[in-house]
Design a protein around this ligand. Sequence first.
Ligand code: NAD
Length: 361
Amino acid sequence: MRTYLVTGGAGFIGSNYIHYMFRKYDNEIRIINVDALTYAGNLENLKDIENRDNYTFIRADITDKEAITKIFTENDIDRVVHFAAESHVDRSIKHPEVFVNTNVLGTAVMLNCAKAAWELPDGSFREGKKFLHVSTDEVYGSLPDDGTSYFYETTPYSPHSPYSASKASSDLLVKAYVDTYHFPANITNCSNNYGPYQFPEKLIPLIINNALQGKKLPVYGDGMNIRDWLYVDDHAKGIDMVQENGRLGETYNIGGHNEKRNIEIINIILDTLQEILPDDDPRKKNVSKDLITYVEDRKGHDRRYAIAPDKIKAEIGWEPETMFAEGIKKTIRWYLDHEDWMKNVTSGDYQKYYTDMYEGR
Ligand code: NAD
């Protein structure tokens, strides 16, 4: 039975990945989820699996070398899947140092502890041990709005926000471990994810949540920035396929060629809500395009991201399964059916964050 150490498993993608892995492997694997439970981590995301015998949650900070060493010492870890990070660009603009600490130092601690646990006296690594570092397409910078250029694995890094700079730094550390020690690692750089359990500071859940309450829908700048959207289960599948079938030491881009302008996303959400909410649902009357409010652009806002997934398709046979039209409906339905989840995560600190970010603009 393979043992996985998943960091950041209480967050958006990490929790979806854990669900995906138990659906796929059931009792053939064991997962240890290590998460500091920051504002973005929520154990409710994992409620339905928390009592499994082959699942353990450990609350720890990835920058805490002693805590991470203890986990490696007490468990024979076969796979690390490293999601834990500070992940929101707007927060990184306000507090860059928090991002350097978690994303750069935290990744260094994870690499160092895995290396210490897996390295043999001759400097090689124990058979079958693998580390996968989950990263973003934002490390490549911004593309022209031409619809023809793409990010490849060979595209030079050119991060613009403190978030993407910290993720780029963590990627480079992983590459350095591969080059220096032949450390058994892979990196995946994925485009924007959407799906259940995403914290509503990010575009799609923010718009759904605000629209249902008749609150303003803030749109940065001219709303024409382009992101390449992927349903979160397709990302989870890509991570698993890269870890099992990828060439060690290699980077794989993950994306489904699904570019959309931010304003397009907002209109799709509003149209879908109008279509699927029953007429007698009191929230339906709140949903209106009049709520769209253009606000001052994000500092250093990248114009366009677009992934070329040629390598992962050709080498590993990964393909996205969920088309956007279907995925967005599924996602909206999930948020409609999980109002309590939304209420819980948007209570307390979220209110202060939201007011600081958007009110009074
Ligand atoms: P998230 O913010 O929803 O979750 C991050 C998780 O990490 C939370 O559970 C949080 O509690 C935990 N965490 C934060 N700091 C920690 C620390 N110091 N120690 C231990 N745990 C800590 O993020 P997400 O959107 O799920 O992203 C997960 C990973 O995927 C990140 O590395 C991110 O860069 C990458 N990624 C995200 C996207 C996207 O669209 N969301 C796209 C590509 C790559």
